[in-house]
Design a protein around this ligand. Structure first.
Ligand SMILES: Cc1cc2nc3c(=O)[nH]c(=O)nc-3n(C[C@H](O)[C@H](O)[C@H](O)COP(=O)(O)OP(=O)(O)OC[C@H]3O[C@@H](n4cnc5c(N)ncnc54)[C@H](O)[C@@H]3O)c2cc1C
Length: 521
């Protein structure tokens, strides 16, 4: 059943075996896995079926020095289906090495292995609508793709699949028809009440923007509100007195334009494996990684690089737009710049026509190298509460991002290894971005390309309650019945987009909840 909070009586009291907060990929996966479990599941969702600016405004927050550079009410969506309403659908599991404790990566190591997660990844593939759980490039790169032949053991191929499924519309009917599931829209989590011993959640409070509220007596609660919001809510409701790591170890997958690659032998666009291809109904794309041996030897994290064609229209269009912007700066009377504007439009038109003519089949020779960072978890990189409050009186989130001083040099080294491997294999020559080790340059590079769309690590899985917030079952340390789902629980970030792992961990959590919950009479 799906309904609105306003259709319930003000101050109604409900009961739930499991209360899930949030209907993004994490919350919907949990709910789908608990259908027909016999458990009474209540799901609270702040939004409705469509975007609403007043509800979205509850997500606005502060970002110190604009890193990540995208505002908090842009990098997530607050309605049924969550941020999957505009995600890109790039998917893949984390690599084996991501789970390992690496003595060269501060705070690394999950109390879980990739092998333990594999069965859940398989289920996640189905729930997201992807192809089979197969990420070996040898399986996909058929004779129609010209995969680079890389010599040596330093560089390896990785790959991802894509299917930008909108979780809300896809699973709405199932949730409407589920007898044991009640989704309540316009239900913002506004309180988490515990017993006196402060180790058990007794009641959850939800409020609509109009002021109507309900309470739910719960046996278990899962926060599935996204990587920033899980931490914000726990901080706002006083949990940091017991759990000092809430909000810490935040990262967002910075990606940087780190160089250009000029190919020795141009590759046909149709055979170029480093863009999206449809193979037997699955969308796939390849990228580059350092092999595990190279990561160990060089003491580097698990960064990845994508190579992307530099198209004439991009290059010309960019310089034309830049020229126009320079001319327009401070200009009020546009008559003076009409000639410039005309030139710029002619440039753009010419570039577009050329690109169009060449687009269907052409040779690719010049490429941008984009590095996707696996940032090491840093305790001072954090979500805090702002002085400002939202319309429900909850302090807004504030991001204060930090990174280790050695990390820019690691990005530089990763690119050097990539370049020499490309050179040695006769693939092409690389021009590496200037002076990445200078923090000002590094942060400029982070600002240029990064988005902040992945928010990671703020209630991380850890062995103890000092270095993280949840245990390996995603249960908040020191609380019997409070859980977190989503990328906030990742111990380390990897280079890979997070949603496949979010869904896999949610399938695993649903299984745990089912086997550890008593069905209400
Ligand atoms: C532009 C863009 C592109 C992206 N592309 C990719 C990609 O290609 N691959 C990838 O893996 N990831 C991508 N992501 C990230 C991806 O969208 C997220 O990882 C994913 O949506 C997280 O799922 P979630 O369920 O944890 O959180 P969300 O999807 O953010 O859902 C959180 C839910 O909680 C609800 N909520 C929040 N606060 C409250 C409250 N107080 N009370 C009640 N409900 C609340 C929200 O309304 C929302 O429904 C992208 C993100 C963006 C912005």
């Amino acid at each position: 059943m799906i309904g609105f909070l306003e259709s319930l009586q003000d101050k109604s009291k409900l009961r739930a075996d499991i209360c899930i907060v949030g209907t993004g990929p994490a919350g919907i996966t949990l709910a789908m896995e608990l259908i027909d479990s016999g458990l009474k599941v209540v799901i609270l969702e702040s939004g409705e079926f469509e975007f609403d600016p007043d509800i979205q405004n509850l997500y606005a927050g502060d970002i110190v020095e604009n890193l990540p550079p995208v505002p908090l009410d842009v990098s997530r969506l607050r309605f049924f289906g969550g941020t999957s309403n505009h995600w890109d659908g790039s998917c893949g599991p984390l690599d084996r090495i991501d789970f390992r404790a690496r003595d060269w990566i501060p705070n690394s190591g999950w109390p879980l292995t990739r092998e333990e997660l594999d069965p859940f990844y398989k289920k996640a593939q189905q729930l997201i609508g992807l192809g089979t759980f197969e990420y070996r490039s040898s399986t996909w790169s058929n004779k129609n793709l010209d995969l680079f032949e890389i010599d040596g053991t330093d560089i390896a191929h990785g790959m991802r699949q894509s299917y930008p499924q909108r979780f809300g519309p896809v699973y709405q009917k199932d949730l409407e028809n589920a007898e044991n599931v009640h989704v309540i829209l316009h239900a913002n989590l506004t309180g988490i009440h515990t017993n006196e011993a402060f180790d058990y959640v007794t009641t959850i409070e939800a409020t609509a923007l109009g002021g109507k509220s309900i309470t739910i007596d719960v046996k278990s609660v899962v926060l599935a509100c996204g990587g920033v919001e899980n931490a914000r809510l726990l901080l706002a409701f006083g949990f940091s007195s017991k759990l000092p790591a809430i909000g810490r170890y935040f990262t967002f997958h910075p990606h940087l334009l780190t160089g250009q690659l000029l190919l020795e032998k141009p590759v046909l666009h149709s055979r170029f494996p480093y863009r999206w291809h449809d193979i037997s109904g699955t969308r796939i794309m390849h990228h580059f990684l350092l092999s595990e041996q190279a990561q160990e030897r060089e003491k580097l994290p698990n960064h990845a690089a994508k190579i992307k064609e530099i198209r004439l229209v991009d290059a010309k269009g960019y310089s034309a737009a830049k020229r126009l912007n320079e001319r327009l700066r401070g200009v009020r009377n546009f008559d003076h710049v009409m000639d410039d504007l005309y030139d710029v439009l002619t440039d753009l038109d010419g570039a577009y026509t050329q690109w169009n003519r060449r687009h269907s089949e052409h040779h690719i020779s010049l490429l941008n190298i984009e590095t996707y960072l696996d940032q090491s978890p840093h305790p001072d990189s954090r979500i805090l509460l702002s002085e400002d409050k939202d319309a429900l009186g909850i302090p807004r989130a504030k991001i204060d991002w930090a990174y280790f001083a050695h990390e820019p040099a690691g990005v530089q080294r990763f690119n050097e290894i990539l370049s020499s491997s490309f050179g040695a294999a006769g693939i092409g020559r690389v021009k590496i971005a200037d002076n990445m080790t200078d923090p000002t340059n590094f942060e400029e590079l982070v600002r240029e390309r990064s988005t902040g769309h992945h928010q990671i690590g703020t209630t991380r899985i850890s062995e103890d309650s000092q270095s993280g917030v949840v245990d390996s079952n995603c249960r908040v340390h020191g609380f019997n019945n409070l859980f977190c789902a989503g990328s906030s629980v990742f111990s380390t970030a990897s280079h890979m987009n997070p949603t496949t792992t979010i869904v896999a961990l949610s399938v695993r959590l649903a299984e745990y909840l089912q086997s550890h919950s008593e069905v209400s009479a």
